[in-house]
Design a protein around this ligand. Structure first.
Ligand code: PDD
Length: 279
């Protein structure tokens, strides 16, 4: 963060001075959407894709905010420190109501907030992480990057409290995604990831991995993965903008294959790091 400066509704302020009304619908109802955008040494990563997803989320919840990619870029620029690897947290809510009311008026002025934080590199990346499968008890619009994340929060916390790094969510016997990540698995030598439906977020990291894999003739399919297939997978990865590609080496306390980070992870991670440098 540049001198702890954040953006709120047209102003650049210190974090401590950024205040919102208690009648903000984001505060009262989680009525908003957000993006998390990596910025490597001042270079915004996959910025167009993040802004496109933000637009989709806004349309899905009927917030009208006609900002172009360039306008967003200019708005965020003062927050960015060119000497660091950071991520931008960009958050829009429906705005401040005159009273607490579930129904909303269509002409509200959205609250816009953005801040920048340092990306903390993952320790011991090549040791892999532990994942815990849990019932996906979230709502049915998981393709919307909603700030209403209580289910995700509780699921992740449940996993963390028993020494796992992430909750892997299961719906009707099939994997959806992680509490804050998408999932890939290598099954019978083929890289697989669940298809884009309303049950998962269209992760930008996921999209980049699909692109890189296809460009390098690595077999990859977007296909449902059953819990049985997951348990027998040769590799499992969790992907997100802040933590990139993490290999899961233990699932519910049991080794994934030989319990070591797999070969395809090494290949894809290398390709991903190269892609980051050149894009
Ligand atoms: N979350 N699925 C969920 C539920 C997520 O929350 C995230 C990321 C992803 C991965 O999306 P992407 O590759 O675009 O980061 C998938 C962010 C990092 C967060 O909430 O902090």
């Amino acid at each position: 963060m540049k001198n702890n400066i954040v953006y709120l509704n047209g102003d650049y302020l210190s974090l401590g001075d950024a205040k919102i009304s208690v009648l903000d619908r984001g505060f009262l109802f989680g009525d908003g959407v957000y993006e998390v955008i990596p910025c490597y040494k001042g270079k915004l990563f996959e910025f167009d894709a993040h802004i496109t997803r933000l637009k989709h989320s806004l349309v899905e919840i009927s917030i009208d905010y006609a900002y172009t990619v360039e306008q967003w870029r200019q708005l965020l620029q003062p927050l960015i420190d060119n000497s660091r690897n950071q991520y931008i947290y960009l958050h829009l809510t429906r705005g401040v109501g005159i009273k607490r009311d579930h129904a909303f008026s269509k002409d509200m002025i959205p609250t816009v907030f953005a801040m920048c934080s340092n990306i903390i590199p993952v320790n011991n990346l090549e040791q892999g992480i532990k994942g815990l499968t849990l019932d996906d008890n979230r709502w049915r619009l998981c393709h919307v990057k909603s700030t209403a994340l209580l289910a995700n929060v509780l699921l992740k916390q449940q996993a963390i409290e028993i020494d796992n790094s992430e909750a892997i969510l299961i719906k009707d016997g099939y994997v959806t995604e992680g509490a804050a990540s998408n999932l890939f698995a290598v099954i019978d030598g083929v890289l697989m990831t669940p298809p884009l439906t309303h049950s998962i977020l269209a992760g930008i990291t996921r999209q980049v991995i699909l692109k890189i894999a296809r460009a390098n003739n690595i077999d990859v399919v977007e296909q449902e993965i059953s819990i049985e297939e997951l348990k027998n997978a040769q590799e499992i990865w969790l992907t997100s903008s802040t933590r990139e590609i993490l290999a899961v080496v233990k699932l519910n306390g049991t080794n994934v294959a030989d319990g070591k980070v797999g070969q395809l992870w090494y290949t894809l991670n290398r390709l991903y790091q190269n892609y980051k440098i050149s894009n």
